[in-house]
Design a protein around this ligand. Structure first.
Ligand code: GRF
Length: 194
């Protein structure tokens, strides 16, 4: 059974999809802990499943490195096989990435390498693109630049705004994430050679 730590910042809809999947008897992964950089609404999903949570508040640390060191300490307690960044809106310091990569993956609401960064949905609209997508990647020390594990196109409608487009991308992201974690757990997907 693959053990997974999930890190979030927000609503945690991707987290909920993973929790729902992991509750199925035949799903080969279990969520062991959920962490966040702020009091995230998504903690409620973890609590509903009785999954432990931890908070490492970004605002209480002087540097990314100090915050990352505490995050690493918390993660080490749970010794997960895999870390999923599921809407964590912080770049991890190199010390944390180097300690875990390639066993650390991220979801992104665009068809990478198109539109990396914190505003992937907004940037696709601003560019006048007619399609964007969702991607699941291995985290490296760049910004959304790691190896792509899965991705799928999502068309952009002429009347889309950032909210409507993101709401159409997120179900695709969730489906891809649940499938990628399953394939990592079964060994179908080898993170050291994706
Ligand atoms: C996702 O689209 C994620 O890729 C992006 O923020 C969103 C998080 O959604 N970085 P949620 O917290 O899983 O609902």
């Amino acid at each position: 059974m693959l053990t997974v730590a999930v890190l979030i910042s927000g609503a945690g809809s991707n987290l909920k999809a993973l929790l729902d999947a992991a509750a199925e008897e035949d799903y080969p992964a279990r969520i062991v802990v959920v962490g966040a950089d702020r009091e995230a609404d998504g903690f409620a999903h973890a609590q509903a499943y009785g999954i432990p949570t931890f908070l490492v508040p970004w605002s209480e640390f002087d540097s990314r490195e100090a915050w990352g060191a505490e995050l690493a300490t918390q993660l080490a307690v749970w010794r997960p096989d895999l870390i999923v960044l599921s809407g964590l809106m912080r770049l991890l310091p190199a010390e944390v990435v180097d300690a875990w990569s390639p066993r650390i993956i991220n979801t992104h609401p665009a068809y990478l390498p198109e539109f990396p960064g914190a505003h992937g949905v907004r940037d696709a609209l601003a560019a006048g693109a007619t399609q964007t997508g969702a991607s699941i990647i291995v985290v490296d020390n760049g910004v959304d630049s790691g190896p792509i594990l899965a991705q799928e196109r999502v068309p952009i409608r002429s009347d889309d705004d950032e909210h409507t487009l993101h709401e159409r991308i997120k179900p695709v992201e969730r489906r891809l994430l649940v499938d990628v974690v399953r394939r990592i757990a079964t060994g179908e997907l080898d993170l050291s050679a994706p």
